[in-house]
Design a binder for this molecule. Sequence first.
Ligand code: RFL
Ligand code: PHB
Length: 393
Amino acid sequence: MRTQVAIIGSGPSGLLLGQLLNQQGINNIILDRVSPDYILGRIRAGVIEQGFVDLMTEAGVAERMLREGEIHHEVDIAVHGEYHSINLLQLTGGKSVTVYGQTEITQDLMDARNASAQISYYGAENVAPHDMNSDNPYVTFEKDGETFRIDCDYIAGCDGSHGICRQSIPAGVLTEYERVYPFGWLGLLSDTPPVNFELIYVKSDEGFALCSKRSASRSRYYLQVPLDEKVENWSDDRFWTELKNRLPDDAADRLVTGPSIEKSIAPLRSFVVEPMQYGRMFLLGDAAHIVPPTGAKGLNLAASDVNTLYRILVKTYKEGRQDLAARYSEIALRRVWNGVRFSWWMTNMLHHFYSDSIEDKIRDSELNFFLASEHRRRILAEQYVGLPYEDIE
Ligand code: RFL
Ligand code: PHB
């Protein structure tokens, strides 16, 4: 087989890139090792920046997002029982975020893919990129006992944090930067009305908690837990009791509990590789960087990588700009590092580090400092709604 762009990974990065390229008449094949249902079963992000909504609109897949997604002009931060409202709209001169689940985005993109003429292979085993540093890269994989080869111009590594693309780059090419935090997030999804219209990020003596949602009848809550905590130790009852414990009193009184639909623990880390490319293979989204979810930036950074590569490839194919592909990593990384810094900063300020050290007191002081004045809240708001995408010249 031959295609222009071989895309490894059918998460939001791979699907969105495939859809945007398809719309420009650039052929692509998507490979994923698991099934569509498995991908749709992962409960992850919920807060979407305007730039991402605009990109989905450009890709022709934002119709349901615009209809069903909730626009949020505000986000609340509760510190030891006291609320601080961050008025995103006013602080950023008119910007807001959309609350719409990653599962729904993935579903919308899969529907568009199915309606297109582009090919996808799910359940693809032993996927491997080859000759990425030559002008003739190719990808091999196995399916139903048969081996396939895809010759292509470029390979897009959209295969998440444990994918094969990053691992296939020879030793010594990449530099890895990593920070592991001493805690994870225990998430619970339930068909109960959310405790609040706005999201509430909660700092309490017992640790961080987050009240989020997927709709007016579906809630998503998170609790900071120590790194070695096991999900089996958390009955629904224990989760709700601990959440009430951490929430401000009025929210604890309003909280509607119910059976969980999903419960899982995600460890928190910050991770970046440089460069985000090797010859004709590019790394996008979680394949290149991981951020702790505190700033809601993971999926949004994946979208900005897609935006960068998409615009570079369109100029490459349509305007013959052969110089641009080599600049993907340098352009993408500028925005990535902003997101990594913001997520790290929010994580530091809002979590309990179980240390009772001077750093804990300084983190408390920093949070209070940033919440205390309008121009400091603006710094937080501008980053929460998302920094602008860079133009590709
Ligand atoms: P994905 O979604 O991991 O998709 C990668 C795909 O690649 C496939 N794959 C392979 N295919 C073939 N061969 C191989 N060898 C392969 N290895 C892997 C996988 O099967 C998979 O289908 O990466 P992508 O597309 O880059 O998307 C990234 C996002 O999923 C991630 O950044 C966000 O979910 C992070 N995140 C959040 N981001 C936000 O912007 N806002 C949020 O509110 C937010 N909340 C979250 C989050 C992540 C969380 N967890 C569980 C990590 C909340 C949580 C709890
Ligand atoms: C979510 O709804 O899953 C969510 C929202 C905000 C975050 C992280 C996760 O910062």
